[in-house]
Write a new protein. Structure first.
Length: 188
């Protein structure tokens, strides 16, 4: 019997009531037979990255985060958008951890999500990540932006039929990638 796959799951926001964390966790529940490692970005607070601070070594949080990526079989991230970009806490974690070695995301299959209460669903930060993350070794298998989180998400499903259809298509692509990963590991 194949071993359950481990997914690293996070909302890229330090808000204690993050809708992006809710959305990432919801997505993880839609994938059967997995083990989830849910990250709270608040556990990764550290000094703002600078090359001067880097000379003193890497904060322990960056080493921990890199190990969690290494231990995962796949990654689900839901991006929050602050002023059209990543949250400061998430960007700082990326800046520090990407300096440990190139290929931060280690080509792990990734389902990239974003949501907001606005009409674009954090689409600007999603577009940025789709461009930037592959340079950090991301293997983005699927992606989806959910506009109007509170209006379109009941906690049990995406309520808007067209948005739900697109989400489920992207989810199926990611599930298929995780399943193929399971099958290739069973063969080896």
């Amino acid at each position: 019997m194949p071993e359950n796959k481990k997914l690293l799951v996070m909302g890229a926001s330090s808000s204690h009531n993050s809708i992006n964390k809710q959305f990432a966790m919801f997505t993880a529940t839609q994938i059967p037979d997995i083990i989830t490692n849910i990250i709270d970005l608040n556990d990764y607070e550290m000094d703002i990255f600078s090359v001067d601070r880097e000379k003193d070594g890497f904060p322990k949080q960056t080493i921990k985060f890199k190990k969690q990526i290494s231990d995962a079989d796949g990654v689900i991230i839901s991006l929050a958008e602050h002023n059209g970009s990543y949250t400061a806490a998430f960007k700082n974690l990326l800046d520090w951890t990407s300096r440990i070695e190139s290929g931060l995301w280690m080509q792990k299959p990734m389902f990239l999500l974003s949501t907001s209460n606005g009409a674009r669903g954090a689409k600007t930060v999603m577009d940025s990540a789709l461009n930037y993350f592959p340079r950090l070794g991301a293997n983005i298998i699927a992606h989806f932006s959910l506009p109007g989180f509170r209006a379109n998400f009941s906690g049990q499903q995406i309520d808007d039929p067209e948005l739900r259809k697109i989400y489920l298509e992207q989810l199926a692509i990611f599930k298929d990638a995780i399943t193929k990963l399971t099958a290739s590991n069973t063969i080896n």
